[in-house]
Design a binder for this molecule. Structure first.
Ligand SMILES: NC(=O)c1ccc[n+]([C@@H]2O[C@H](COP(=O)([O-])OP(=O)(O)OC[C@H]3O[C@@H](n4cnc5c(N)ncnc54)[C@H](OP(=O)(O)O)[C@@H]3O)[C@@H](O)[C@H]2O)c1
Length: 294
């Protein structure tokens, strides 16, 4: 009998990619994606019924309130889904592998090139709830936290990835200031979920970082994206965090992914590599399904 994998947040960017790519990367698994329309994960009895219905052999928990602004506006809701729903699912999954997606934002960005042993210091509600959930998940030594980096791709609702945000902002003819002194390790959703699937079928408990190989400034990311999405070009311009007045922004959230890389069959690509990959399998491999403007 096929093993069952439960994916939460299946209508989101990463859950959506996991479900769509499952036939390619894990054809021998029965993958069930669950959306908020089907089950509200903050509703305990509903979650219990979901569990009893599927009895999964593996859980990849992608559901979250993932927008930092919405978490600031509604910290109680952020806690309910990001912390309490995670606690409930991790408890139900106590005897099976459980993979929780966390974020590079648990760091304050003062150091950069973060490794798994570095101390966290979240600067916003979103990051605080994720850091708290990490501790709950890691209390079970068989369970896994994967902190993922800024992820590019096409979401089912076309409004979730940072690339989709930028394209929509440009369509509204709004200018975007991209900092030359703020750094990330972006990755394409296609590469990210390929790595997640490879890891998920032989998970080893603990904490992992998963991001692109290349550390890039926000401005460099924007310039690279403008090569593929020329409509961005007139609306992006460089700036300095020093000139920005607003809530605290972590300057350098770059992460090292060596620990998970050692378990993968392919090299995690840099963002530039993904955007310029013209090989026959390139778009499919890194960005599945390929974005329309490729
Ligand atoms: N994408 C990134 O760049 C990135 C970077 C670092 C970490 N992460 C983490 O990776 C995970 C997946 O991210 P993502 O980009 O795929 O996020 P996403 O696109 O926002 O998807 C999250 C999904 O969770 C669902 N959800 C929210 N509240 C729920 C509830 N009460 N019950 C059931 N489902 C609920 C959302 O439903 P609705 O569609 O109805 O809102 C959405 O479909 C998240 O944990 C996120 O924090 C993402």
């Amino acid at each position: 009998m096929k093993q069952t994998v439960l994916i939460t947040g299946a209508a989101g960017l990463i859950g959506g990619y996991l479900v769509r790519t499952a036939p390619r990367w894990v054809p021998d698994r029965d993958v069930r994606g669950v959306t908020r329309n089907e089950v509200d994960l903050t509703d305990g009895p509903e979650v219990q019924r979901l569990w009893d219905r599927h009895r999964p052999d593996l859980v990849i928990h992608c559901a979250a309130l993932s927008r930092t602004g919405l978490c600031e506006q509604n910290p109680a809701q952020a806690r309910r889904i990001n912390v309490e729903a995670t606690r409930l699912l991790a408890d139900l999954a106590r005897d099976v592998p459980f993979i929780f997606l966390s974020t590079d934002q648990v760091f304050d960005g003062a150091k950069g090139r973060y490794v798994e042993t570095d101390a966290v210091h979240p600067l916003n509600v979103y990051a605080q709830t994720k850091a708290e959930a990490e501790q709950i998940v890691l209390a079970n030594p068989a369970h896994v936290v994967v902190r993922i980096a800024l992820t590019a791709g096409t979401s089912p609702t076309r409004d979730r990835s940072f690339v989709e945000d930028m394209v929509r902002t440009a369509a509204k003819k709004m200018t975007m200031t991209l900092f030359t002194d703020e750094f990330r390790c972006p990755i394409s959703a296609g590469a990210l979920v390929r790595a997640l699937w490879e890891f998920a079928v032989q998970p080893r408990g603990g904490l992992y970082h998963l991001g692109g190989r290349e550390r890039l400034s926000r401005w460099e990311i924007g310039e690279l994206l403008a090569g593929r999405y020329p409509e961005l070009r007139p609306w992006i311009h460089p700036g300095l965090v020093a000139d920005y007045h607003g809530p605290p922004r972590p300057p350098d959230l770059s992460m090292r992914s060596d620990k998970i890389q050692a378990l993968l069959s392919f090299p995690l690509p840099g963002f530039r590599e993904w955007l310029t990959d013209e090989s026959p399998d390139g778009g499919d491999l890194w960005d599945y399904p390929p974005t329309e403007s490729r």
